[in-house]
Design a protein around this ligand. Structure first.
Ligand code: PMV
Length: 323
């Protein structure tokens, strides 16, 4: 038996989600919450995937068998199975594989847990064969795997998880964004899990019905990305916060906010946030708030918790994939 492992960070989207699917820019950051994958070869003719989020399953010639997690197991595990199959095929290997996924990232709320799991799986399974492909190649395979459940993925999540840091992303091209002073960020979760694919489909319907309105909104979101980079570079975090609020107004118009997200945004604003918005696909999910200082972010997180929601402070991860 050979063993391998890798880990990759979750992410937040500060600006531009949804519009990024149509080639517009987004600003994302990887965060200090990770998904780790331990992989080993087995003598079985199957792929077994176990995750500590309560899902497990086995893929063999006779199809898929749920080990844990009921109906949702297959949808959650399919991208990871695809990642494993891609690596086996690229390496010309036929061995059985088992992976264990451990996560410190709440799933299904827009923090990119699925992308991070795909990135870490591709790297961990490659390491079983003493291979270390380029990060670019790992990222491409992870995007391909993600597309088994979210066909129109922009790829942004996999890029930020693989390369780490704060990035400006557009059409598979990215550049690092400079900040003057650390960004004090807080995540607040509605506790409502979403399906990225369904929300992206809903936005497509909105776009098809309101073509020129959508173009205008996408242009505004692109403008926020440009202005936010300038504000971040000059340490104008107050301005970054304002832009986040403006971005949220557009997301609300797009129909991807949620009454619980709106409640959280209100709580964050009253607790002194410079700005806040949904992060990721929306429809529930998580809210990201920017604070003026670490002290303020701690206060925001504790107010959110006092209101009965899950909340935690996050820092930007600079490492990306660790393999
Ligand atoms: O909610 P998440 O973590 O799946 O993020 C989705 C981000 C979108 O822009 C809505 C979709 C995409 O492919 O970029």
């Amino acid at each position: 038996m050979t063993k391998g492992k890798a880990s990759a960070p979750a992410k937040v989207i500060l600006f531009g989600e949804h519009f990024v699917v149509y080639g517009n820019p987004a600003i994302l950051a990887s965060i200090n919450r990770r998904i780790a994958v331990n992989a080993r070869t087995t003598s079985e003719n199957s792929v077994v995937i176990r995750s500590d989020i309560g899902v497990a399953g086995e893929y063999s010639d006779s199809g898929f068998r749920t080990i844990e997690g009921g109906m949702k197991a297959k949808t959650t595990l399919d991208p990871l199975h695809s990642a494993i199959r891609q690596v086996l095929s690229a390496r010309g290997k036929k061995t059985g594989i088992e992976i264990d996924v451990t996560s410190t990232v709440p799933p299904g709320i827009g923090l990119g847990s699925s992308a991070a799991a795909c990135v870490a799986t591709v790297a961990a399974v490659n390491s079983l064969f003493q291979k270390k492909p380029s990060r670019q190649r790992i990222c491409e395979m992870a995007i391909e795997s993600e597309r088994t459940v979210h066909r129109n993925s922009s790829g942004a999540d996999c890029y930020v998880s693989t390369f780490g840091g704060l990035i400006h992303y557009s059409r598979t091209k990215f550049k690092k964004v400079q900040t003057k002073g650390p960004l004090a960020l807080v995540i607040a979760s509605t506790g409502v899990r979403h399906s990225t694919g369904d929300l992206v489909t809903g936005v497509k319907k909105f776009k098809d019905r309101n073509e020129s309105l959508f173009e205008g909104m996408a242009g505004q979101a692109a403008g926020f990305c440009a202005q936010a980079q300038v504000a971040m570079a000059s340490g104008r975090h107050d301005r970054v916060g304002e832009l986040m609020n403006e971005n949220q107004a557009i997301l609300r118009q797009l129909g991807v906010s949620h009454y619980k997200a709106d409640d959280l945004i209100d709580i964050c604003a009253k607790a002194g946030a410079l700005g806040s918005k949904i992060t990721g696909a929306g429809g529930g999910g998580a809210v990201i708030a920017l604070a003026a200082s670490k002290q303020d972010s701690a206060k925001i997180a504790s107010r959110v918790k006092a209101a009965g929601y899950e909340s935690f402070e996050v820092e930007i991860d600079r490492k990306g994939l660790a393999a």
